[in-house]
Ligand binder design. Structure first.
Ligand code: SAH
Length: 428
């Protein structure tokens, strides 16, 4: 989501103010930091970065520093109090105002802070440029109403607001015309999408079906889905829409019913596993990924073992895992936490080792198979190689200098599995 927001900030400044990306920080007139406050570490990084930028500002007093994103939304004016080098503070819902805030700062020299939540106003002001990238994000719903006890998102991004289906399809069509083949529908909780179609509330499954009908759109992904709202109509759409990829991110967070309840996740292990089974019935080759939080307040060894059990049961293909981090104004931050830091680190290590084993196992199973891959571009490490993704989201590298293949779906024979990617040969 932050990547999408950052791209939009640039499109906006390019369109409205003729900005270009500076070659280096020293040459910039404006430095923007789009921040994340999901965990404390991400938040602390913000102030370290501002500290580095302050030195550039000492040499170039005309330089302006703008802080956006969720730390900005959470801290507001306090950012400027703690870091007076900052000129502009804006939130995820006011990023469309950035050119205006920048102008105002230059005109009056007054610091500009706007972290309000004007409903959907943002989307009406964002340009859709489409640069012909093979895969493009499209935001469909903003904010979250779930209030999981650990999570700061409802406070920083506000309540759920869905864009209209017409508006989204218009953006998808523009992207498709420019050459985009894969659409990644985005939101904090996409399953609760309630955008209107002809003035009536609709659903994510309907949106997926309509997106698939747009010419040139061959792949559709969505992130993030909350298991509680993954309803049957969404499961069924996997049966009807082959463009919907065989990979789903279904964050379970914990495998202990007791902890899930304390997290306010609104499902238990049985319900979650039922959902996984239902999806596997319509897509037997489905690859599942998840997020995990270890060391939630009061998590016992037994609770942790339950999480290891669900990992072994579902056999996740790829996952993201974190040590619990208390966040301001969340209910979990008031819970008593008697799990030591060492214990948490140890649990994370055990969990990540198992997840890597499973992931590597999935990669190895692909060796000897042929996979249709959407080519994203050249490999970052070796420009003599191209990089693509399989339908189940595995990265594949193969030898080729033919950059005309970028944006195409090609068949690759997989001949090697590495821990984080596959290698193969282009098939004719
Ligand atoms: N909307 C998504 C969450 C997005 S945040 C959802 O409901 O699943 C991405 C991940 O960060 C979460 O899934 C969770 O695993 C992790 N996370 C969120 N808050 C956290 C916290 N306080 N401490 C540690 N990890 C956290």
């Amino acid at each position: 989501m932050n990547e999408y927001d950052s791209a939009k900030m640039f499109d906006l400044l390019e369109e409205k103010e003729d900005f270009e990306i500076a070659e280096s920080e020293d040459q910039a007139d404006l430095l923007i930091l789009n921040t994340c406050s999901i965990r404390e570490k991400a938040q602390e990084k913000v102030f370290h970065q501002i500290g580095r930028w302050r030195k550039i500002k000492d040499k170039n007093p005309d330089l302006k520093i703008a802080i956006g994103g969720c730390v900005a939304s959470q801290e507001g004016e306090n950012i400027i109090k703690r870091a007076p080098a900052v000129d502009i503070v804006f939130g995820p819902q006011t990023l469309h105002k950035l050119p205006e805030l920048y102008k105002e700062k230059n005109r009056t020299d007054n610091n500009q802070v706007d972290i309000s939540f004007p409903k959907l106003e943002k989307f009406n002001h964002l340009p859709v440029q489409g640069k012909g990238e093979p895969s493009a994000f499209v935001s469909i719903i903003e904010g979250c109403n779930k209030y999981c006890s650990f999570c700061v998102v409802p406070k920083t991004r506000g309540h759920e607001v869905s864009r209209s289906i017409e508006d989204i399809l218009n953006e998808v069509s523009i992207l498709a015309d420019k050459g985009t083949r894969e659409i990644h529908l985005l939101g904090q909780n996409v399953n609760n999408f309630k955008g209107t179609l002809n003035g009536e509330k609709s659903t994510l499954s309907k949106l997926i079906e309509l997106t698939a009908k747009i010419e040139n759109i061959d792949r559709i992904r969505f992130t993030t889905s909350h298991p509680h709202e993954f309803k049957d109509d969404l499961v069924e759409v996997y049966d009807r829409v082959p463009e919907l990829v065989s990979h789903v991110h279904l964050p379970v967070q914990s495998g202990s019913d007791r902890i899930l309840k304390l997290m306010r996740r609104r499902y238990n292990v049985e319900k979650y596993l039922n959902l996984v089974d239902k999806i596997r019935v319509v897509r037997p080759d489905m690859s599942f990924s998840s997020d995990f939080i270890v060391g939630f307040p009061g998590e016992t060894n037994e609770d942790f073992q339950d999480t290891m059990n669900i990992i072994n049961e579902v056999r996740y293909d790829e996952s993201f895992s974190f040590i619990y981090s208390p966040r301001p104004n969340t209910t979990a931050s008031d819970m008593e936490d008697d799990v030591t830091n060492e214990e948490k680190k140890e649990r994370l290590k055990i969990l990540q080792t198992r997840l890597s084993q499973l992931s590597f196992g999935f990669s190895r199973k692909k060796v000897g198979t042929n996979q249709d891959c959407l080519i994203y571009g050249q490999s970052k490490r070796d420009p003599g190689q191209l990089q693509g993704r399989t339908i189940c989201n595995r990265v594949v590298n193969f030898q080729s200098n033919d950059t005309d293949l970028v944006g195409q779906i090609v068949n690759i024979q997989i001949n090697e599995a590495l821990p984080n990617c596959l290698r193969g040969n282009l098939q004719n």
